[in-house]
Design a protein around this ligand. Structure first.
Ligand SMILES: Cc1ncc(COP(=O)(O)O)c(C=O)c1O
Length: 405
């Protein structure tokens, strides 16, 4: 991991005269040179629209795009027919809410979500429940910031039609027991939607083993470009779903007053996708594979432990993180009584450190954590080092000094 920073041109930047220390990876990650090159190469050599062209560069563009579908499928233990490209994890989840939810959720049905959810895996279900007169239930957290699986068991019943859960929280870093959650849901016949936005770029994912029905994530949180998302739909469910958007590409035949649609994943990809973005996303997956997800996960754990140990030296700092390393990913939220998280982020920025502060698109969770103003959040990736965390400590001391704490 030592020389990795040099693969990321942006990390050469100075912020307020200091070297940029980027610790906002849960929001979006930086991109290595190979991903940037793949974007430029695509537009320089093979730019054409895909699937419909007979000419050489259209065929080349199609091959490159479809190659990445195979790569993504292999990366998460799925088949290429189960992979749909969207613009983001958010769009992927909304696709399920519309294309599956509108047809399968009825009045009186129950949808279970966890207390850890990002708004992207909460609000679409609130809306669906409201429109269908269904009931939304929430899996609570334990005092140790992990999901209360006993409470979850009690929420499940024959009325449960869908369970929506994050694989890893973007606020507490909590890693959820997805396999167990899926098994329990399937016993009552419910489907499971997993939000993998924070986990896929950090730890190995095998959907065949997890057994979930839907899985969503974004390329930009794993060194790929923005504007590319992935939705996995288990192949046997696709035929029971309606299209999410209508237009070119997804049709079989169109008459003046009616149309028929393609089957399988094609049905969900209307219009021109982010072709260059998908192609460059392939380079991001190659880059991750070269480093190895196991090495990335180990590196995350090492930095998390180091940062937690550092923060524990300051009794003024409250961390919101499970106690066991195996329950926690590369995210560490903290708060200081009497200091607004935005002030912490501003002082950190003076030191060249980029962190996220506030509600992290998880307002109900922050309320439950007793942090209505939000938290300051460190989130790590492969290019971060213990030295970065040493600089965080210097900035933290400055915060405490300014606020006389
Ligand atoms: C857990 C989680 N889910 C979903 C999302 C939404 O991702 P996107 O904004 O790429 O759609 C995020 C983004 O921060 C996230 O952290």
């Amino acid at each position: 991991m030592q020389n990795i920073k040099s693969d990321f041109p942006i990390l050469k930047r100075k912020i307020n005269g200091k070297a940029l220390i980027y610790l906002d990876n849960a929001s979006t990650t930086q991109k290595p040179k190979t991903v940037l090159k793949a974007l430029v190469d695509f537009y320089s050599t093979s730019n054409a629209n895909i699937h419909r062209g007979i000419h050489t560069i259209s065929e080349e563009a199609t091959d490159k795009y479809e190659e990445v579908r195979k790569k993504v499928a292999k990366f998460i233990g799925a088949t290429e027919e189960e992979i749909i490209f969207t613009k983001s994890a958010t769009e992927s989840i909304n696709c399920v809410a519309v294309a599956w939810g509108q047809k399968h959720i009825n009045a009186g049905d129950e949808i279970i979500v966890s207390a850890l959810e990002h708004h992207a895996n909460l609000v679409p279900w609130q809306e669906l429940a409201k429109n269908k007169k269904a009931i939304l239930k929430i899996i609570p957290l334990t005092a140790n910031y992990i999901l209360d699986t006993d409470a979850y068991q009690k929420l499940l019943s024959a009325k449960t039609k869908l369970v929506c859960v994050t694989a890893q929280s973007n606020v507490t870093g909590t890693i959820t027991p997805v396999k167990k959650i899926v098994e329990m849901a399937h016993i009552v016949g419910a489907k499971v939607m997993v939000d993998g936005a924070q986990s896929v770029g950090h730890t190995p994912t095998n959907l065949t083993s997890l057994g979930c029905d839907f899985f969503a994530f974004s390329a930009h949180k794993m060194m790929g470009p923005t504007g590319v998302g992935v939705l996995y739909i288990r192949s046997d469910l696709m035929n029971e779903m309606t299209p999410f958007m209508y237009g070119g590409e997804m049709i079989e035949s169109v008459q003046e007053k009616s149309a028929t649609y393609r089957t399988g994943h094609w049905k969900f990809e209307a219009g021109t996708p982010n072709i260059a973005g998908v192609v460059a996303y392939g380079a991001a997956i190659d880059y991750i594979n070269k480093i190895g997800l196991k090495n990335i996960a180990d590196h995350d754990k090492e930095l998390l432990a180091y940062a937690k140990k550092m923060l524990a030296r300051y009794p003024q700092v409250k961390v919101f993180s499970p106690s066991k390393p195996q329950d926690t990913g590369a995210v560490l939220s903290f708060a200081i009584d009497g200091v607004h998280p935005h002030d912490i982020a501003t002082i950190f920025n003076d030191h060249g450190i980029a962190i996220r502060s506030g509600l992290h698109c998880a307002e109900p969770l922050l309320q439950k954590l007793g942090a209505p103003n939000g938290t300051a959040r460190l989130s790590f990736y492969i290019y971060n080092t213990k030295k970065d965390i040493d600089t965080v400590e210097i900035a933290l001391k400055k915060v405490l000094k300014i606020f006389k704490l």
